[in-house]
Design a protein around this ligand. Structure first.
Ligand code: ATP
Ligand code: MG
Length: 245
């Protein structure tokens, strides 16, 4: 399964470049990209435990720049578009980027909630869909790994679980910091984003070794940036989704 179409379409979506109303994203993803995301959504619904009320899906990768945040935004969007009440959390408290990608303020955010600050869920409602909520990073804390794996994080997630249908958390890369591993016991499972012609095999192996050593439930992988070749949309079929082996 796959992700993006032409770079321009892709950039249009994540940049939120509607100058007249910079707080909204462009209304629609590129048709083909959206179809690919819908496939990912369908596969996830199949993979996630049926009886879980609100699955919490972490998105990580081996190294920086593989497309985690982009996948988090787009995937949460297509879940919301289907009618589910969805919360996207920027859990990359070292290099947050969700607020920038969707053109919202980065505070208040999850780091503020973790410090004990109260907030109304309605504050995080997106401008695009009234069932798509986006919780940015907030002010960057000195100890992200501890915070993400903390009892307070567990409590926050449990409260959100009562309100939402899906929660998607954008996380830092596994090979650089322990944050994704720290939060793994609090979430339903992890998606690993792999960028073609970018991630080296040994980096990927290291990433999976770390995840498996920590007994992380790997829901699957998303291949990002597969070449469109001659530009034909058929190439998108090359995108793959791997089950946990
Ligand atoms: N399929 C794609 N085609 C073209 N550009 C892409 C694609 N996916 C991601 N990018 C670009 O690559 C850069 C990194 O993407 P993104 O921020 O989603 O990755 P990330 O894994 O979250 O990075 P980080 O580890 O720094 O958080 C961004 O500039 C984004 O616009
Ligand atoms: Mg990111």
């Amino acid at each position: 399964m796959g992700l993006f179409g032409k770079r321009s379409k892709y950039n249009q979506f994540v940049a939120g470049n509607n100058k007249e109303n910079p707080k909204t994203l462009p209304k629609d993803l590129d048709f083909t990209a959206k179809e690919q995301y819908k496939l990912i959504r369908a596969n996830l619904d199949f993979t996630l435990p049926e009886d879980e009320k609100c699955p919490v899906i972490g998105i990580t990768s081996a190294i920086r720049g593989e497309g985690k945040s982009t996948v988090s935004v787009n995937l949460s969007y297509v879940f919301a578009e289907k009618g589910s009440k969805v919360l996207l959390i920027d859990g990359d408290l070292r290099l947050p980027s969700i607020a920038r990608k969707v053109n919202i303020d980065s505070s208040p955010g999850i780091a503020d909630l973790l410090r004990g600050k109260g907030a109304q869920i309605s504050e995080f409602q997106s401008h695009l869909l009234n069932n798509w909520f986006i919780l940015p990073s907030g002010d960057i804390p000195p100890n992200p790994s501890e915070l993400l794996g903390s009892g307070r994080m567990e409590n926050i997630l449990n409260r959100f679980r009562e309100v939402f249908d899906y929660i998607i958390i954008d996380l830092p890369p596994v090979n650089l910091v322990s944050d994704a591993i720290s939060i793994s016991s609090l979430i339903s499972g992890m998606i690993v984003v792999i960028r073609e012609d970018y991630t080296e095999k040994k980096e990927l192996e290291h990433c999976f070794r770390q995840l498996k050593l920590s007994n992380v439930n790997i829901l699957g992988c998303v291949m990002n940036g597969t070449k469109a070749g001659n530009g034909s949309y058929g190439k998108y079929k090359k995108y793959q989704y791997y089950g946990h082996s």
